[in-house]
Design a protein around this ligand. Structure first.
Ligand SMILES: NC(=O)c1ccc[n+]([C@@H]2O[C@H](COP(=O)([O-])OP(=O)(O)OC[C@H]3O[C@@H](n4cnc5c(N)ncnc54)[C@H](OP(=O)(O)O)[C@@H]3O)[C@@H](O)[C@H]2O)c1
Length: 338
């Protein structure tokens, strides 16, 4: 497994990141999975043995169970791992137990450290842009956490382009530690971030960490046009998946199938490989509900899509352009010809 620098930071992470959202234990989000401590121990051990050093979780996943299980699974191998977690969503009923305020972030970080049973977090991310709290307050709170030694690097998740750019500018203006990464929904059927966020990340030197790279399982071959919806999967019905053009999605799965067969690989591996070659990507955060899925996803890094296959997938999955992006296309062509 290769490692890549997380944006312009000095931190090297494996190009695949293990998403621990499905560590639910006995009392967590059982609609997602059945993974308890024993299975988690085995999955984390296998990941580390295969060269995955990067693990993603969040304080809200199963009300903290995911962090607790991950911390215990890492155990004495903690130092081999890069732990990314997230804070900023609601963790209790009180008015100050939610959001990216100084008070809540400082408390949320301490609670994550405790559950993960670690003295520091490698990457602490804001789970989402907060429409109420001023970015200055959030960024100063994150800077405090870095200066206190509780957090090594900071990042964000679920921002728009202007929100991210504003955050980067405020950090620079106030001399604060800056985000090194963006975690965002990105897959062959959800390429929305390419319009604004990818250009900001390339310009500002942030590493991109796609979540939902298999569209929750849609891009693995079990959902096919004209076939009955499968049973026993996380997406129980068509409405459970993210909004995307279903017919286009099925055609993409068919194409991934053709490509995967040519390489002796799987559809899931082809979908992960596609993202690994996209500009700005540092590490792809995948989910796995079983050891078999984990092993299959790890092997994605053993082969790559050709430039022609990338191009084919790019063309058939191209997202509809919003203004002014289609307008810029005309202008850009004109500029390039001069
Ligand atoms: N920042 C955020 O807001 C945010 C949001 C969501 C997730 N995340 C992070 O991203 C991680 C991944 O998210 P995700 O689980 O939605 O990602 P995903 O990789 O798109 O979907 C994972 C699902 O795909 C199926 N799958 C995975 N590997 C497979 C394989 N080899 N063959 C067949 N099916 C396979 C499994 O579901 P079935 O077996 O049921 O089909 C699995 O639950 C999470 O763990 C979390 O760390 C972040």
């Amino acid at each position: 497994m290769k490692t890549r620098f997380l944006g312009q930071s000095g931190l090297q992470v494996s190009e695949l990141c293990f998403g621990a959202m499905m560590f639910v234990g006995n009392k967590g989000w059982r609609h997602l999975s059945d993974i308890r401590q024993k299975e988690a121990d085995a999955m984390v051990g296998s990941s580390l043995d295969a060269g995955i050093n990067f693990f993603d979780t969040a304080d809200i996943y199963s009300d903290g169970e995911s962090e607790r299980i991950l911390g215990q699974a890492l155990g004495t191998r903690r130092k081999e791992a890069i732990i990314g977690t997230k804070g900023g969503f609601r963790t209790g009923p009180g008015p100050n137990e939610t959001g990216c305020s100084r008070l809540h972030l400082l408390e949320a970080c301490d609670a994550s450290l405790k559950r993960l049973n670690t003295e520091y977090l490698d990457l602490y991310q804001i789970h989402s842009f907060d429409f109420v709290i001023p970015l200055e307050e959030t960024l100063e709170a994150l800077d405090t956490l870095v200066r206190q030694g509780k957090v090594r690097y900071i990042g964000c998740s679920n921002f728009t382009g202007w929100q991210l750019m504003k955050a980067m500018a405020i950090s620079r203006e106030l001399g604060l530690h800056r985000f090194v990464s963006l975690q965002a929904l990105y897959s062959l059927v959800t390429r929305d971030i390419e319009a604004e966020l990818v250009p900001v990340c390339l310009d500002q030197g942030l590493g991109i960490l796609p979540w939902g790279p298999l569209a929750g399982g849609f891009l693995t071959g079990k959902y096919r046009a004209h076939a009955p919806w499968p049973t026993g999967t996380r997406l129980r019905k068509p409405e459970d998946r993210f909004p995307f053009d279903e017919q286009k999605g099925y055609a993409i799965v068919d194409e991934l199938d053709t490509i995967a067969r040519a390489h002796g690989g799987s559809i899931a591996q082809a979908a992960l490989n596609y993202l690994l070659q996209k500009p700005g990507i540092t590490s792809v955060i995948f989910g796995a509900r079983s050891m078999e899925q984990l092993q299959e996803n790890i092997r994605a890094t053993e082969w790559s899509l050709t430039a022609e296959e990338m191009d084919r997938l790019d063309r058939m999955s191209v997202p509809e352009k919003l203004y002014p992006h289609w307008y810029f296309d005309i202008f850009r062509k004109d500029r390039l010809h001069r």
